[in-house]
Design a protein around this ligand. Sequence first.
Ligand code: GTP
Ligand code: MG
Length: 378
Amino acid sequence: MEAEANSGSPEDSWAFIQRPGEGCRTVPLAGHVGFDSLPDQLVNQSISQGFCFNILCVGETGLGKSTLMDTLFNTKFEGEPATHTQPGVQLQSNTYDLQESNVGLKLTIVSTVGFGDQINKEDSYRPIVEFIDAQFEAYLQEELKIRRLLHNYHDSRIHACLYFIAPTGHSLKSLDLVTMKKLDSKVNVIPIIAKSDAISKSELTKFKIKITSELVSNGVQIYQFPMDDEAVAEVNGTMNAHLPFAVIGSTEELKIGNKMVKVRQYPWGTVQVENEAHCDFVKLREMLIRVNMEDLREQTHSRHYELYRRCKLEEMGFKDTDPDSKPFSLQETYEAKRNEFLGELQKKEEEMRQMFVQRVKEKEAELKEAEKENKSCL
Ligand code: GTP
Ligand code: MG
């Protein structure tokens, strides 16, 4: 084929091999070939494989994490309320198989237990970071296997971290800032104001502004809904301006008009969870599930996991290029590491040998001294 393409003018031939640096030619098709069905093939393949989505809920005990998850997915997940007497922060993970129309979703909900309950909260973020890293590590280990099974691997990497902010109306607590800062390079952090029925309308507006400015001044990078896809740029742009969403959770239903709606009832009135004038629950559900779920999954893989993988491989001594900018070979890296290890082993052996010789010398000297003393006594 290459000889044929080389023999005549490339412009005359219907197909020719593209060489590096050459542009790609557009040629007309005389009839229907069928590769326009590729997107449909992808959709069918994805539907048959099913999807997976993993949410991490970080927030103080009793802030409404479980209730919000039940409200978001319109179901009742298992889970017991935590006590305030946990000695440290723990993470509880549950996986569920959900089905909507013909689409299957393997949903994992991970929740913090005992977050914010300890007197010393300095290390509260650590178990969360370790959990996220452990999921990255498990994926990396699968990737590095000779016989990897990524195709039906249960991906447990966290796609979205909902950070529950207490509805104080004041400012963020240092625990919130420290935790979000530690998490922002590892996961898509979406801060939400929990139990927002506890704040008045005017206080809420001020609270949102205050939170946003504190996040900016402390350099916390929260997840922004993407603007690069034209189809969703407008809605995402508008929604970015509403962050952080102020949410209310409830699974209690009440008939209002001729519709059953989710509500929270108080002695003074009723709050409707899905009423946009009452709270931002619908905005959160729209953004998290209906519009940006795929972007959250994509960002997790291409941004957060990639960073973890790069740091981890560099730590292990792998590089893309050597100091002369030549591509780094895996074999050379392995041999360099092996030689480094053997060198260190030899050095240690030598040190131990020297120490042994020294000890023997000292012991000999001690014995000689003792012998001398014995002789002088006699
Ligand atoms: P732990 O798992 O124990 O940390 O608690 P949690 O964060 O999962 O909170 P949970 O959903 O168990 O809710 C705790 C209490 O808060 C329950 O009594 C809920 O009914 C109530 N609650 C949940 N969401 C809201 C809300 O949006 N507003 C108000 N006012 N109360 C809520
Ligand atoms: Mg709970």
